[in-house]
Design a protein around this ligand. Structure first.
Ligand code: FES
Length: 118
């Protein structure tokens, strides 16, 4: 059994932005120091959210929570988070193919939110 503080540390070392390897620790530090007014300003933290876009709903939740502990976990377990991102990337790639052929729709935040519910 691990000590609760070890679990906290593990959570802080989890990557929220998988494209740019931005951890929860870095993002919380950025929130504390820079006090960004908008969630999009979390991109100033090592480019979080500026790659595939998968992590943006989680960045918004993190920004909403601010320095207060969130009522519920912001991130699903690591394996679900990573596999849902893979599905998101496959969907967005398919949408791009469909859009190029004129039959697609624009990706939305709901795409990522659907993945976070897993
Ligand atoms: S996971 Fe953050 S932009 Fe891709």
């Amino acid at each position: 059994m691990t000590h609760p503080r070890e679990n906290d540390r593990d959570d802080l070392d989890r990557e929220v932005c998988l494209c740019f390897h931005v951890t929860l620790r870095k993002l919380k530090q950025h929130l504390r120091v820079a006090k960004p007014q908008f969630a999009s300003q979390l991109s100033e933290c090592f480019g979080a959210g500026t790659g595939c876009g998968w992590c943006r709903p989680f960045l918004r939740k993190l920004h909403e929570a601010g320095s207060a502990p969130p009522a519920s976990p912001i991130l699903p377990d690591a394996a679900s988070y990573q596999s849902a991102r893979g599905e998101y990337l496959a969907r967005t790639a398919q949408n791009r193919v469909d859009a190029d052929s004129g039959s697609g729709r624009q990706p939305s935040a709901d795409d990522a939110d659907a993945g976070s519910a897993q």
